[in-house]
Design a protein. Sequence first.
Length: 304
Amino acid sequence: MIDIHYSPEVETARAEGAPIVALESTIITHGMPYPGNLETARAVEADIRAEGAVPATIAVLGGALHVGLGDSAIETLAQARNVAKLSRADFAACLTTGGTGATTVAATMIAARLAGIGVFATGGIGGVHQGAESSFDISADLQELAQTRVTVVCAGAKAILDLAKTWEVLETLGVPVIAYGQDRIPAFWSRSSAHAAPLRMDDAATIARAALTRAALGLPGGQLVANPIPQEAEIPAEEILPVIARANADAAAHGIQGKAVTPYLLQRIFELTEGRSLEANIALVRNNARLAARIAREMSALPA
Ligand code: PSU
Ligand code: MN
């Protein structure tokens, strides 16, 4: 049995059956620079509370699984260096050896499921990297969505990826990809893309009921909700695509591989856009947190 350390707020919400939204910690340690990462983590939690749900940021601290972090723990993580980036493969090892690690989408889904939390908000999921036909670099996030029953709210897959291949793999794995309120799958920093959405839903209640229906069908795995970035924060595709191409070329030239690829690309795009990519990233995560809170409220109103 895993001993889960709940924050007092999450403990109370669990006891009362109140809505809870899980949040990952890799976005804090590897996805954004300090102090923007700390400001974002705090703002996202406040957004969830303002929508009437309770935030549960997830991380492994000294071998203990925490579901809900206090402000000082978030601040420590935001400034920490050399924190492990945990996915399905290394989650158990970190708990066993007393390590400290930030959870990716995959690991956060595993923890949310254990804690009985049905919805999770992030920025963008991992997926099939450009050049995957030779590197084989496909994020474990995709497998997790196929296996673990949590609804994940994102702004699409991170646009640094090969998006066409990412959506193909999710279709193969039987993961519902639901665009929120539009017919195209959003592309993280940009609201739209060339990709038609396999599914579209326009309200949180339908998304919550669809999760319940999947469970009733006995289907394992989650749902992916792709929520477009707010209009005022988006970076149009024609502006961001050349920057992404340059960042991917730089990653290849420097021989960046494995877990380092995603953090490298996000940091490089931050430099190349002079911080604008970070502003957009913050806006989209907050937007996802608000939608996730509304879905959590709908879920907690449904019969268990
Ligand atoms: N979304 C963001 N920033 C991030 C990530 C997601 O806006 O840093 C993280 C998530 O934790 C995701 C991970 O699971 O990047 C994907 O990493 P990889 O491609 O190595 O699987
Ligand atoms: Mn990878």
